[in-house]
Design a protein around this ligand. Structure first.
Ligand SMILES: *Cc1c(COP(=O)(O)O)cnc(C)c1O
Length: 404
């Protein structure tokens, strides 16, 4: 993944700034820290790239999405529409704020579709937790129409879509609040980290307090600060934020190179009949972290994966069988296996999680093979990879013809 490919002197410099002062905490200690505020700098960099009015750095993308839900007023008993294809953190966050997930259909955008959301709405639906998957973006015009028509709250998990836009607006900024992840696998990493974004000052203030035991962060005496609400510790450390600053500054470059490499792969692979690609609602806004190939059907995709494994081609994900990204392997969610009782287990849920009917999502994810784009590839490496993928796909598709 790109961020980690470019770890270097810039990251070391930012970390050393913090080590010089020894102030690893993001708040207070104004005198000793010598003007070094890495969490604030990290937030400023995220605002610069996304155009968000407010950004709040936290310990992870998971805590950022949980905070986005809470700060948007979503809590115990609220039904929240979620996709069956996402990193599991989205669904965990909904469950852990006490809400009730309702799974709806995705489509070739790899995200919840407007029609999928519409079909899943019940009289108890309070919100939609939309996830922008695999570097791309959902169909925001269609989805915002459904949101407005049914007066639903929108929260966006853009964990995989930092620096992606839809018609000029950054993912994460269409709803009440949004979140990005800066874990080790994303376009930029903080080691561990997440950032919440919003254009709503009240939501920002709630998030700021919620993620730090309710502190209002006014004044310079931490023990005497006001606590308008209860919260918890979802804070980022200055060391993590320091890495996040240096990495976020590299994102425009990474995105530019990613796009170039992805376009080369698309151009080369388009020549192979049977290979198509996930739908990008705004191709110009792609963060291009993934090349998302759609094969004609699940069987052909599985055979292509087998061929690629045989040929030793790495660097791709077949989400259909992945334990953490697709509902087919989420037995712990289907059977609500938890360490301790959650509100959903007391309140119940209208949807039978063990018997979900999501044929469109099954079809799309069955066909999907995603390659992580690397910004350090040479043009020759890109061309070689495309050739190897095409060979495997053709072999997988020729089996089909032999059988037919
Ligand atoms: C990575 C990711 C998360 C979780 O982020 P962490 O920083 O690992 O907690 C949440 N949602 C999506 C869609 C992700 O890809």
């Amino acid at each position: 993944m790109p961020g980690t490919e470019l770890f270097g002197n810039e990251e070391r410099k930012e970390i050393n700034d913090v080590l010089e002062t020894g102030i690893l905490f993001r708040y207070n200690h104004d005198q000793q820290r010598n003007g070094i505020w890495k969490a604030k700098d990290f937030e400023a960099e995220v605002c610069k790239i996304t155009g968000a009015k407010y950004a709040h750095a936290m310990s992870s993308g998971s805590t950022a999405i949980a905070t986005a839900l809470a700060a948007s007023g979503i809590g115990t008993g609220d039904e929240v529409i979620v996709p069956p294809f996402t990193y599991i953190a989205t669904v965990e966050a909904v469950l852990f704020v006490g809400a009730i997930p309702v799974f709806a259909e995705i489509d070739e955008t790899l995200c919840l579709s407007a029609a999928g959301i519409k079909n899943a709405i019940t009289p108890n639906t309070k919100a939609v937790c939309l996830v922008h998957m695999c570097g791309g973006m959902a169909d925001m015009d269609g989805i915002m129409e459904v949101m407005n028509e049914h007066s639903l709250i929108l929260v966006e998990d853009a964990g995989q879509a930092f620096a992606a836009t839809y018609k000029g607006t950054a993912t994460g900024l269409f709803g009440t609040a949004g979140s990005y992840s800066f874990d080790f696998f994303k376009i930029a990493t903080a080691g561990e980290g997440g950032v919440l974004v919003t254009n709503d000052e009240a939501v920002y203030k709630l998030a700021d307090s919620y993620s730090d035991h309710g502190h209002d962060h006014v004044g310079s005496n931490r023990g005497m600060e006001q606590h308008p609400i209860l919260g918890f510790n979802y804070r980022i450390s200055e060391l993590h934020a320091a890495v996040g600053v240096a990495q976020t500054r590299k994102v425009p470059h990474i995105r530019e190179v990613n796009r170039k490499h992805k376009q080369m792969l698309v151009d080369l692979l388009s020549q192979t009949e049977g290979i198509s690609f996930a739908h990008l609602c705004d191709p110009a806004g792609d963060s291009a972290t993934f090349l998302n190939i759609l094969m004609p059907d699940t069987e052909t995709a599985a055979r292509t994966v087998a061929e690629m494994n045989k040929a030793g081609i790495g660097g791709f994900n077949y989400w259909y069988t992945n334990m953490y990204h697709f509902i087919n392997q989420w037995d712990h969610i289907k059977h609500l296996k938890t360490a301790s009782k959650l509100p959903v287990q007391l309140l119940g849920h209208s949807q039978d999680y063990t018997n979900l009917h999501l044929p469109k999502s099954q079809e799309v994810i069955g066909r999907l093979i995603s390659f992580g784009i690397r910004c350090t590839w040479t043009a020759e490496e890109v061309a070689t990879l495309a050739g190897r993928i095409a060979t495997c796909a053709k072999a997988a598709m020729s089996v089909e013809q032999t059988i037919a």
